[in-house]
Design a binder for this molecule. Sequence first.
Ligand code: CP
Length: 303
Amino acid sequence: VRHLLGIKYLNEADIELIFETADNFKEVINRPIKKVPSLRDITIANIFFESSTRTKLSFELAEKRLSADVINFSASQSSVKKGETLIDTVNNILSMKVDMVVMRHPNPGAGIFLSKHVEAAIINAGDGAHEHPTQALLDSYSIREKLGDVAGKKVVIVGDILHSRVALSNIFALKLQGAQVKVCGPGTLLPKYIESLGVEVETDLRTALDWCDVANMLRIQKERLDISYFPTTREYTQQFGVNKALLDDLDKEIVIMHPGPINRGVEITSDVADSKQSIILNQVENGVAIRMAVMYLLASKIK
Ligand code: CP
């Protein structure tokens, strides 16, 4: 594997290798001296055509912990504003001797397209509503850390599945590792093909929560929504929002996840997001070790 374009292109052994490598890096970044020289001669460009907090900072920190040279590109402050194309933009960046590109782009397949036109290793940091592979890896890694294993665990992904690259990558990753996966959300936010991915649909949130070990709560992506077919925010929260009373009424303690950013009070209340059942900040912490592992493994393929 020369690139990380999606979980679709990985197998179970690839994921296990990434997790074992991340275990080592997690130990490193908890030491007083958090840096290793593994990527000392590698230059990495972080190219973001869409906004990001966690993914962008986490990649940059991971690159710095590995001693790579790092350049950051944000489309909103670049010549993309003057009409420069994706290929021209990236080729100009690569001519400065860049070995690896981490890219977030609003168009599904943008990373795949780029990998066919440039020499550098490409990491997909989110391409439209398609895939977000490092998010799915850190999510599974966080489940493994909390519950000991992913195999056999029951995971429900709740919310806006239709527009979510996190949902698709999580479904691929969780299925590869032997988890049982359900999705739960309004019919208007579930893609027609969802059951062909081997997941069950549950439209009642309480039934889904009674069933699961882990609930991964997704953000409602208002920026990608056709507002005319969406339930109102109030209706959504009433039917699919998780609150403390709902969780306290279950006969077991489930694990709560969220990829962020959170719409507090919409898909999840603050008392749940900040509770001891929530591993939301553990997910963010694990993102650094996972991204270090991915970049370390891909760098070993660079000639
Ligand atoms: N989880 C995630 O992708 O967050 P950002 O959009 O802030 O990177």
